[in-house]
Design a protein around this ligand. Structure first.
Ligand code: FAD
Length: 453
């Protein structure tokens, strides 16, 4: 029996972790490790909100391993060099890793394979643990991926998923392998004040609560901005503290229309990943080239970022993003439509701002959802423009969401809060709230004209 290294990446959990299980089954001792990869920081993805959540995840993973007699080895630097060093220190003859179809992960895997081969260490790449259905497992007859969600979902739903694995009882780690202290939130600046807590323990507690009370009403309430009736599991899915396979199984066991609607959203996540796996350029280039003459409009972009557009529901959602590092999906849809269509600003500008703040900020989900809204992606109705006032009246009918996030309007009762420009003159003058920065009809026309060019 040998020693194995298990490299954790976007799968920071002990439950349902096939690489860890395989390593434990086949080895005398195992080194669970995580590398604070300097390439991720260099690419601009190590933003404070996600670093804080990651720190929680690593501390929780370390304590989960310690409860089982092990520990987490944390290193910083080049991921390939660090894995090779640890494998040498532990005299390991195997490294286990979960597959990941992302472009960066593919390059990492390839480099790792070559470096380990040269050192006489076997690399075992296990099936992906970050999606329910592996990218590439379902493809249409005529293409390498599905470009439309509905047919994809039909195939996705018929896939048989493996059973979810339990967490190991015991983890034996060799002595003498150097490790940094797992990072902590302390010392990080620029965090959103109400940022979610990371870690598998927190994720599992949230999942259990969601299945007990939440999922049942999901179909009816998922678009209710003030009701906040979605699972908020997205950061846990992003960091892999929860397994999508386990989520699908447990939601299906819960049953009912709410669970069905929830599972459908999990399939959207897999859908975006299967697109990006074969079209990695879609992270930064139009999925369907449209040759837009985007406006730069720096003042309007700044007003959008700061939540000072004069459209209360847009401003509420943008302020929620800054305050929580998270935004309701309906808010994401309407703020993205406002930027890319009403203001006719490049989707990459908005996507970057979201990635700077979102605790669930995720290249596949973020970039492809931005493209979907901008009409350059997989939306089958690319020219629809969401009207923020109509959206607000539908999804925040009493105006509670707006009053929660835009205190300047806290005294405006009922749905009138969505159109402060209609308030009688005196009331308006008393508000410290901006006039709309754009006429909606004008913005819409400009987009429809511009996207043809
Ligand atoms: P729930 O409604 O409870 O859904 C459950 C899970 O399904 C989510 O956690 C998520 O993993 C998945 N999911 C839900 N909606 C979508 C969707 N439209 N596309 C893909 N997966 C989905 N999601 C991210 O995880 N990271 C991002 O960076 C991100 N950026 C987005 C940007 C824009 C412009 C838009 C319109 C959407 C974006 N989404 C992103 C998708 C979605 O808004 C979030 O996943 C969702 O709001 C997270 O909240 P929740 O966990 O409560 O979701």
């Amino acid at each position: 029996m040998n020693v194995s290294v298990v490299l954790f990446t976007s799968d920071l959990r002990l439950h349902d972790h096939p690489p860890l299980r395989a390593a434990l089954d086949g080895s005398r001792q195992v080194v669970p490790m995580f590398v604070r990869d300097r390439a991720v920081a260099a690419a601009g993805f190590a933003v404070p909100n996600r670093l804080a959540f990651l720190a929680d995840c690593l501390r929780d993973l370390d304590s989960g391993l310690r409860e089982r007699g092990g520990r987490l080895v944390v290193r910083s630097g080049d991921v390939v060099e660090e894995v090779c060093k640890v494998a040498a220190e532990a005299e390991a003859d195997e490294v286990h890793l979960a597959a990941d179809a992302g472009a960066y992960a593919q390059r990492r895997e390839e480099r790792l394979r070559r470096a380990l081969e040269a050192a006489g260490v076997r690399l075992h790449v296990h099936e992906t643990v970050t999606t329910a259905v592996d990218p590439g497992r379902v493809t249409p007859a005529s293409s390498d991926h599905f470009s439309v969600f509905t047919p994809y979902f039909g195939h996705w739903s018929r896939q048989r998923l493996r059973d979810a694995l339990t967490a190991p009882q015991t983890v034996r780690v060799p002595d003498g392998i150097g490790s940094e202290e797992p990072p902590s939130r302390a010392g990080l600046s620029g965090l959103s004040p109400e940022l979610a807590t990371g870690g598998e323990t927190e994720g599992r507690a949230r999942l259990t609560a969601w299945l007990r009370s939440g999922i049942e009403a999901y179909e009816d309430r998922h678009d209710d901005l003030a009701g906040d009736a979605t699972s908020r599991l997205s950061p846990h899915l992003h960091f892999g503290t929860l397994s999508p396979v386990e989520l699908v199984h447990r939601a299906r066991r819960a049953g009912g229309p709410g669970a069905e609607a929830f599972v459908r959203q999990l399939a959207w996540r897999d859908f975006n990943r299967q697109v990006l796996a074969v079209r990695p350029a879609a992270a930064s280039v139009d999925y369907r080239a449209r040759h837009d003459s985007w406006r730069s409009a720096p003042d309007e972009v700044e007003a959008w970022r700061e939540g000072r557009t004069g459209y209360p529901v847009v401003d509420a959602a943008m302020r929620q993003l800054r305050h929580e590092g998270w935004m309701h999906n309906r808010g994401r849809l309407l703020t993205a439509s406002f930027l890319t269509k009403t203001l006719y600003v490049d989707w990459r500008v908005g996507a970057r701002h979201f990635l700077d703040l979102l605790v669930d900020g995720d290249v596949a989900n973020n970039q492809l959802n931005w493209q979907w809204v901008a009409g350059t992606g997989t939306d089958t109705r690319p020219n629809r423009v969401l009207n923020p006032v109509t959206q607000a009246k539908r999804y925040d009918p009493e105006g509670e969401y707006v009053r929660r996030w835009v205190p300047e309007l806290a005294d405006v009762a009922g749905p009138a809060v969505h159109e402060p420009w209609k308030l009688p003159g005196l009331d308006r003058a008393a508000l410290d709230y901006p006039e709309p920065i754009v006429e909606l009809a004008e913005g819409r026309e400009r987009f429809l004209r511009g996207r043809k060019s």
